[in-house]
Design a binder for this molecule. Structure first.
Ligand SMILES: Cc1cc2nc3c(=O)[nH]c(=O)nc-3n(C[C@H](O)[C@H](O)[C@H](O)COP(=O)(O)OP(=O)(O)OC[C@H]3O[C@@H](n4cnc5c(N)ncnc54)[C@H](O)[C@@H]3O)c2cc1C
Length: 389
């Protein structure tokens, strides 16, 4: 039987950041990941899965030693963010109003993961075990015994479940979730065009669901089309030309001329784990919570989980204390659960308020957007919170 201090199940964005931030503690860390990300090649097509990364998340990736590698592959700053429904009633946030150079970055999920994996390669106390997976776990008096897909057995003092929304670690640990499906699904569409906005991300609200644009440099972008499940299914069945025609009709004209490169669609599900820990198993990122992606906060919340737990664990190591003590893990749960619940609730409020066609509510929400535009310091505070500043 092999031993390690920390076993991290899932080497995606959240698991890899956890390993990179914990590595300087000297703890022995094993990251168990089922699938290696495809290598990056300059000039290759953009992935469909792109995340808006907040300024706070960028700082964490810098701390992890991954940011330079990410930028050397590709990452795009955005400097303005707009939300509107009726013309003339929108809200626009600008980085310069906050004395910042940018509001955040658009980065492909795989590029973030690859940047973190490069950073992990320098640590001798971190083993990246890929491809491998978790086949089962059982608590022991000194931690947890893990059975791995390749037949190996591993004894870990602490297990971090970073294996995403359908987390098997969470299931093996017997932690339940409260979950429901949103009526809307979403379609992601990669596009190329000559006149795309390079520094502004925008969201246009429609009663059937928002339409959003995420810039990826001068000539590329990612569209997000939220709509009823049946409508998204219809769109998914179209070829690229026919889909482009539908986008031209249903997205704002400011998009200009474009070509569809790639498309994919996803159901939207809200989940929250009923508890973030059981024994020496702790949940982070999507394993603990998934939220409506309409404000692009999912992985940013996961990174905040990692920052919180890693800070507590560093303190424990420095103080010669147990990294898996019930007190430490409880403190993590107490700090992160309310914050994640708050953001989930805020997204649900947005979703409910903007996903219907009732005239009084329409009026109210458009007045709300206009009032937000003119709310001065309050508007800046909201943006700073979203940026994690
Ligand atoms: C349409 C859409 C748009 C989004 N846009 C944004 C955005 O703009 N900004 C933002 O912050 N968030 C966004 N999100 C959310 C974001 O994608 C997720 O929060 C993020 O991917 C979660 O990262 P994770 O590492 O926790 O999980 P995952 O990304 O799911 O990674 C889990 C990893 O675990 C591995 N794994 C799974 N099971 C096992 C196992 N049994 N053994 C070993 N390994 C395993 C997987 O291979 C994977 O690598 C969006 C989500 C969606 C659906």
């Amino acid at each position: 039987m092999e031993h390690c201090d920390v076993a991290i199940i899932g080497g995606g964005m959240v698991g890899a950041l956890a390993a990179a931030l914990l590595a300087p503690s000297g703890l022995s860390i094993r990251v168990i990941e089922a699938r290696a990300p495809a290598a990056f090649e300059p000039g290759q097509e953009f992935d469909l899965r792109v995340s808006a990364i907040s300024a706070a998340s960028v700082r964490l990736l810098q701390q992890a030693g991954a940011w330079d590698a990410i930028v050397a592959m590709r990452a795009w700053p955005y400097r303005a963010l707009e939300a509107s429904e009726w013309q003339g009633f929108g809200t626009r946030f600008e980085a310069r109003e906050l004395d910042c150079d940018h509001l955040g970055f658009m980065v492909e999920n795989r590029v973030i993961q690859l940047g973190l994996w490069q950073a992990l390669a320098q640590w001798r106390n971190v083993v990246l075990d890929c491809p491998n997976g978790l086949a089962g776990l059982a608590p022991t008096p000194t931690g947890t015994e893990l059975a791995l897909d390749n037949g190996q057995r591993l004894q870990a003092r602490l297990v971090l479940a970073c294996d995403g929304a359908e987390s098997r670690t969470r299931q093996f640990a017997g932690i339940g979730v409260t979950a429901w499906d949103y009526a809307q699904h979403c379609m992601l569409i990669s596009i190329e065009g000559d006149a795309l906005e390079a520094e502004t991300t925008w969201q246009q609200f429609c009663p059937s669901g928002p339409r959003a644009f995420l810039p990826l440099g001068q000539r590329h972008g990612s569209l997000v089309w939220y709509d009823q499940k049946v409508r998204i299914r219809e769109l998914a069945a179209l070829d690229r030309m026919a889909l482009a025609q539908q986008v031209a009709v249903h997205f704002p004209a400011r998009l200009g001329a474009f070509r569809v490169l790639e498309k994919g669609h996803f159901p939207l599900r809200r989940r929250h784990a009923n508890q973030y820990l059981k024994g020496a198993v702790v949940l982070l990122g999507d394993a603990a919570h998934t939220i409506n992606p309409l404000a692009g906060q999912g992985v940013n919340l996961g990174f905040k989980d990692v920052a919180c737990l890693s800070e507590l664990m560093h303190q424990a190591v420095e103080g010669g204390q147990d990294i898996a003590s019930a007190e430490l893990l409880e403190r993590y749960q107490c700090r992160r659960r309310p914050d994640n619940l708050l953001m989930q609730g805020a997204m649900d409020l947005f979703y409910q308020a903007f996903s219907n066609d009732l005239l009084p509510l329409k009026l109210l929400r458009n007045l709300g957007l206009k009032a937000a535009q003119n709310s001065g310091p309050l508007k800046n505070q909201v943006m700073k919170y979203a940026m994690g500043l």
